[in-house]
Design a protein around this ligand. Structure first.
Ligand code: UDP
Length: 367
């Protein structure tokens, strides 16, 4: 018998497992896949740490979270500075003075703002009601057409005018020559990969891989007093109200016998007629001298039952559905629902970790 059964060995489950184990609880982690670390999973390919489920770059403003992850593994000084390729031309991301210089030849923030303000006028006084309007209000139509529209519509499979504005809040606009994608104070990649970090979190804890909780819910539930479930919330309830929508991704990886393919970890392809959204070259995340390199093209796709869910589509329709599931979840007294899939949230890694720690400390207060 265990105190806690944790379903899913991703970041939420692994942080919970670590903290509960530290408090002396008896914990069992079960995981459907054949590996730990969820979508942050990295796999060693002759020295190169391959991000098997897409690029994962750790960043946070919260010193407590930064110290927390660094207590498991050392982080390198990786700074995400992606490029955008639009019709063969390269532009710096996020939108900053380098981007504006390349687009319009402007050299000062005042000159750049003059161009942007002129282009913003098309919206008048209107509050941006969707992603398209939000983007134009932030950077004007020129950048919207070249660097946002195609990428966004490929990634989400929906028109930018049908998407919520908040998605684009993730992308900073800077009036300096600073190509750092994130504005957070702390940033890096665990040296040796995320799997190493999660492995360290799970040290001394029993983990059983290849076990699908939902296939054997009744029996497995008997193993513990409490369950922390980190899988999709709608699947837990057998999709009784219908399916929550996700975007999924398909990855095409190649091993090339050259040292350096694109000179950068991430290059986005922002035009609509190139079917992938980006190419990542894994060795640049955690630099290593090798004669080979691994690149991955990322193709977005609509999620269907059985696919890996990646991005929740947090529009009104799905949020209403999610709230119905959340109500059911609150009635499951023995089960706690947490993490990206159970909370149906577009979480970054630092937010998942923070959410797990917050939940545990909150719960601790009641003990
Ligand atoms: N985005 C864009 N052009 C780009 C990169 C991002 O328009 O070159 C927009 C797009 O709508 C995307 C959002 O910004 O969904 C957030 O992108 P980010 O790279 O932060 O998402 P991630 O896939 O890393 O979670």
């Amino acid at each position: 018998m265990f105190d806690y059964l944790i379903v899913g060995a991703g970041l939420y489950g692994s942080v919970c497992a670590h903290e509960l184990n530290k408090k002396g609880k008896k914990v069992l982690v079960i995981e459907k896949r054949s590996h730990i670390a969820g979508n942050a999973f990295t796999e060693n390919n002759d020295g190169i740490q391959v991000h098997k489920y897409g690029a994962h770059i750790f960043h946070t403003n919260d010193k407590k979270i930064w110290d927390y992850v660094n207590s498991f593994v050392e982080f390198n000084r990786f700074t995400n500075s992606p490029l955008a390729n639009y019709e063969g031309e390269l532009y710096n991301l996020p939108f900053n003075m380098n981007t504006f210089y390349k687009l319009w030849g402007v050299k000062t923030p005042k000159e750049a703002l003059d161009v942007i303000n002129e282009q913003r006028k098309e919206l008048g006084d209107k509050e941006p009601a969707n992603l398209e309007e939000k983007a134009i209000s932030l950077v004007g139509r020129d950048i919207y057409e070249k660097l946002i529209k195609g990428y966004t519509e490929k990634q989400w499979g929906r028109k930018a005018s049908d998407l919520p504005a908040f998605i684009i809040n993730r992308l900073p606009v800077r009036m300096t020559y600073d190509n750092n994608y994130f504005s957070d104070r702390y940033q890096g990649i665990p040296i040796g990969g995320y799997t190493k970090m999660v492995d360290k979190m799970l040290e001394g804890i029993e983990v059983r891989l290849g076990i699908d909780f939902l296939k054997n819910k009744l029996e497995l539930s008997k193993l513990a007093d409490k369950i922390i479930y980190t899988g999709p919330i709608d699947e837990y309830f057998d999709y009784c109200y219908g399916l929550l929508e996700y975007r999924s991704l398909r990855f095409e990886s190649e091993r090339l016998n050259i040292e350096n393919y694109q000179g950068n970890a991430v290059i986005n392809y922002t035009e609509a007629n190139i079917p992938f959204t980006r190419i990542i070259e894994h060795k640049h995340f955690d630099p290593i001298d090798t004669k080979h390199t691994i690149i991955t093209k990322e193709y977005p796709s609509e999620w269907q039952k059985g696919d890996e869910p990646y991005y929740p589509v947090n529009n009104v329709k799905n949020m209403n559905l999610f709230n119905k599931y959340r109500k059911l979840a609150s009635e499951e007294k023995k089960v706690i629902f947490g993490g990206r899939l159970a909370e149906y949230k577009y979480y970054d890694m630092h937010q998942v970790i923070s959410s797990a720690l917050y939940f545990l400390n909150g719960e601790n207060d009641h003990e």
